[in-house]
Design a protein around this ligand. Sequence first.
Ligand code: NAD
Length: 411
Amino acid sequence: MRSNAALQTYFNRAADNLDLSPSMRRLLLTAKREVQVQIPIERDSGELTTFIGYRVQHNDSRGPLKGGLRYHPQVDLDEVRALASLMTWKTAVVNIPYGGAKGGVALSPAELSTRELERVTRRFVDAIHDLFGPDTDIPAPDMGTNADMMAWIMNQYGKYHGFSPACVTGKPVDYHGIPGREEATGRGVGIVTLKLLSRLGRKIPGTRVAIQGFGNVGTHAAKYLADAECRVVAVSDAGGGLFREAGLDVLELLRYARGNGGRLAGCAAGDVISNDELLACDCDVLIPAALGGVLTAANAPAVRAAMIVEAANAPVEPEADAIFDGRGIVVVPDILANAGGVTASWFEWVQNRQHYQWGLNRVRQELDRILGEAFEQVWQLSTSRQVSLRTAAFMLGVGRVARATALGGVV
Ligand code: NAD
């Protein structure tokens, strides 16, 4: 997880390049609103438990606030604050008309029953229903939350404000959600990877890809890249990974994992490797798609990939980023690489507002276009200003938010 300090480093670097005034920097670094609420619920046992919920609404100068809702025991205001600002820059990089927000409740989902999680979710909506909605702030799933919970949010919000499917995204496809939302982050990772390869003048077929994390993002990225004839030489999950120089059969791995509780353990499709070995394996593109902070000053020198695509949020620590920069390893930053999810959330919101359904093909087409354009803009800025793709992406995002803030007027 990226700390506020690391994010501020990237923000300041972009702000220096953009010549932003100290007063504009302070405005952009401060959240518009931070809310903390108590969420008391009756447990199945009859006992009372009070959870703490947060919503940080960072910046809405470019449109309604947008960001996930996380259920995790380590959720606190500091983490939610950092993730909210990350959303502001991410929505601006892909140029969708949203600001940035994030929410969370400090709890361990595995320790609560489904009914208890439903009570927490509905009570949280009771506490903040006046602060979010289709035109103000639109939550979505994040770590520990899922599509069913988004359905509960929509339903509970509707009790106060009437039928409003656009008040939340990431809903089940058969309950005002859209096809293509679930695959969108992984697909987006695949799209920007192919764009990068062509910009670097490298051939796509046969490109060796290693992916850490075989969950939602990792599996969809693997499938997309294998379909494009890349060679997926390594994959892993929390239990370890597999390596095969000639390329792994991604569909076979998916079938195996599906029949094995989502896990790769015991699969004989390649040589067994550890997660540390995966990060240092012989490949062209390394895609960390599991956790934050996995590439550090300690293991960065061992990385052999020529390109890193940040599918997870903040997998590269700032010290590792500097090492990769020095070694000429190209890093596509998270605020561009994993923006496919929020982009598809925008499509869901647009369709909910129109009471109309596009269908999967159009969702994919629009995603390809938006991420392709965003990649091109970041690439151009990086080339013309001679800065890394990360600095260029932050410059694009921060610059757009600063301009919208100035245009909107601050007096
Ligand atoms: P997920 O829970 O579906 O999958 C996570 C995968 O990582 C699993 O295969 C798990 O086994 C693996 N993993 C867990 N701990 C690991 C470890 N210590 N070492 C190696 N692998 C480990 O999650 P996801 O939705 O695929 O998200 C992955 C990352 O992408 C997260 O950082 C998330 O914040 C980020 N992200 C996700 C989305 C989205 O739309 N799902 C959008 C933006 C960013």
